[in-house]
Design a protein around this ligand. Sequence first.
Ligand code: URA
Length: 200
Amino acid sequence: VAAMANQDPETLDALNRIIAAAEPFVHGGTRAVLGEGPVGAPLAFVGEQPGDQEDVQGRPFVGPAGQLLDRAMAEAGVDRSRSYVTNAVKHFKFEQRGKRRLHQTPTAGEVKHYRWWLIRELEFVQPRLVVALGATAVLALAGKALPIGRSRGSAQFLDGFAGFITVHPSYLLRLPDEAAKREAYAAFVADLVQIHALAA
Ligand code: URA
């Protein structure tokens, strides 16, 4: 991607063509899953990387975590179709185990490698607020690792974007007991209500 820095796309579509044509920088990675949503969207949501379903379908946040995000957005009154949704890393990093493709967390170096694309996307979209979903997005947007629990809420990201830090929806899916899950989901919806108000 560093080599791409001397290419200077003039539109989001042109940038996306560069991203789509680039070699994956992570292990596994088949196709690039591009960001989705209108230029000028008030809200941009940044996840970690596409998962198995996203890689198959070629769209961000369409698997289990995406379905939970959809539900929480709808409950909070956030219109996904009017939001921009993308990932810090554009390829699915995985290890093959039999028939299963096991998600692997990208390294800080990999996140940094993909960062140029992410920032360019956001510069084209010009959202009022950039939402970091979980630790990898925070690493990409804040340029350093921050504890989500203590950093949750409004934030200033590198490159001058007004930001908001919240959990990744897959964290909610991984919680072991139902009561904890319900509570964490409610807190996530409350964050989205706040996010919606901040971008209004
Ligand atoms: N998790 C992410 O971070 N992004 C996706 O697109 C899907 C799951």
